[in-house]
Design a protein around this ligand. Structure first.
Ligand SMILES: NC(=O)c1ccc[n+]([C@@H]2O[C@H](COP(=O)([O-])OP(=O)(O)OC[C@H]3O[C@@H](n4cnc5c(N)ncnc54)[C@H](O)[C@@H]3O)[C@@H](O)[C@H]2O)c1
Length: 427
């Protein structure tokens, strides 16, 4: 099939590259010329495992990039909208990029096309995009469907190719047929439903996962007070198939470009429909307090943070990505700096993005250099390389042998045996 994907961010680029690899002819549209230049040379604009290989395999064969949205749309049977839907001031999803994209798409709708809302958009957005295009596309035939994306940064390519389910929201049998055909090779459970339900599925899924994280963080804080180990508690809970093991890892709170903004947007969707979503407001409050708690723990280990040197291992919002949007690590580093701590950070992939967000942040070339002379080492992102660091050397490089492991990724016994004062979360 001929496909246009509008917006070459984390979702659009992965979607485009994967569809090209499945044998479709894909044009990736991006308004940022710099990104188009890099991508056209086969250079990924984001860090994502497997993406460089997909680009190399498909570039100029089944995958091309352009800034010319209308030409790409004119030649396409399916048009994916994968632009950002960031948070507005009131917490709702900002639909500016989506409405602009729809306005630009409209004049290029010549002959039947399926327009796919893949970005995370509030309930009613399928109808909104349909209205915008209909007003501008004359009598041309088209359908708009909701097809939310569930991929996770860090495992995005695998998630796209092996999804747990594919959700299609449409009232059109014709569009449902086209989408079914498109995704048939993925062999995944396909749920065809109405547009509003499809839109709600995405928000409800993210809000539920965020709830699990805040729940286990709350349990962790109680565990600490009663001398229980939250890792054991989560394990014991996870064996219950009704609960499951996933998303029961306590830590510094959830972040990233999706959970926080999608929870806030759902709270706002609920409010506008006359329902107070107290439960999800609580989830967000627990999350905010969890980040502050990590800073208070650092104060507990060091006293006043003014002038104290803290090594921060990890800045990405989770391992496997260079994305720092709403990263708890960056938020915690910011709070430490505000309290006068001298933070030296290291992250294998996210330092470039973090430097742009925190221009005063000092960064080191490797984890050991970050730890040199530090009074405290804080592990803020659970990159594999941190788990297997040479802690004997780290201890020798530090001024004080103290570790605050906000991701619970180390074995307390083994680092304590090396003489570290070690604290995790809920252990
Ligand atoms: N990042 C994730 O893990 C993830 C997962 C599932 C769903 N989502 C959702 O997918 C959507 C996209 O997220 P993202 O992280 O990929 O965003 P992003 O900010 O990384 O990328 C959006 C891209 O779209 C481009 N763009 C905006 N308007 C354009 C236009 N008119 N024409 C061409 N390009 C345009 C921007 O320049 C940018 O490169 C959001 O709604 C998000 O909530 C994200």
């Amino acid at each position: 099939m001929k496909i246009a994907v509008i917006g070459m961010g984390y979702v659009g680029l992965v979607t485009g590259a994967c569809l090209a690899d499945m044998g479709h002819s894909v044009t990736g549209v991006e308004k940022d010329e710099g990104k188009v230049e890099l991508l056209s040379r086969g250079e990924p604009t984001i860090y994502e495992v497997g993406l460089p290989e997909l680009l190399e395999r498909n570039l100029d064969r089944s995958l091309t990039f352009t800034t010319d949205l209308q030409e790409a749309v004119r030649g396409a049977e399916i048009v994916f909208i994968t632009v950002g839907t960031p948070q507005s001031e009131d917490g709702s999803a900002d639909m500016t990029y989506v409405t602009r994209a729809a306005e630009e798409i409209a004049p290029a709708v010549t002959g039947y096309k399926v327009i796919v809302n893949k970005s995370t958009m509030p309930v009613g957005s399928t109808r909104l995009v349909e209205r915008i295009i209909r007003e501008r596309a004359g009598g041309e035939e088209f359908d708009v469907v909701s097809n939310p994306e569930f991929l996770r940064e860090g495992t995005a390519v695998r998630d796209f190719m092996h999804p747990d389910r594919i959700v299609i929201g449409t009232d059109s049998q014709r569009a449902a047929g086209v989408m079914t055909e498109l995704y048939r090779p993925l062999n995944a459970p396909l749920l065809i439903t109405d547009p509003a339900s499809a839109e709600m599925i995405k928000y409800a899924s993210n809000a539920f996962l965020a709830t699990k994280v805040s729940f286990i963080n709350a349990i962790a804080n109680i565990c600490e007070a009663v001398n229980a180990d939250v890792k054991e508690v989560a394990l014991g809970m996870g064996y219950d198939r009704r609960i499951g093991f996933e998303f029961l890892r306590s830590g510094p709170g959830f972040g990233g470009s999706c959970f926080p903004k999608d929870c806030r947007a759902l709270i706002e969707i609920a409010r506008r429909s006359g329902y107070n979503f107290y439960l999800l407001e609580g989830v967000m409050q627990v999350n905010r307090e969890q980040m502050e708690l990590m800073v208070r723990k650092a104060e507990g280990m060091l006293g006043d943070l003014k002038g104290r040197r803290i090594a921060a291992w990890g800045l990405a919002f989770k391992a496997g990505t260079d994305d720092i949007r709403e990263s708890p690590a960056v938020e915690i580093v910011r709070m430490l700096m505000e309290r006068g701590a001298e933070v030296v950070a290291y992250d294998p992939r996210a330092m470039g993005n973090a430097r742009r967000a925190l221009p005063l942040l000092e960064c080191a070339d490797n984890p050991l250099e970050a730890a040199r002379g530090a009074d405290l080492l804080m592990i803020l992102t659970d990159w594999e390389e941190f788990k297997f660091a040479d802690f004997r050397a780290v201890g020798e490089a530090m001024r004080e042998k103290k570790i605050l492991d906000t991701r619970n990724c180390l074995e307390p016994i083994s680092v304590r045996r090396l003489g570290f004062d070690y604290q995790g979360v809920g252990r």
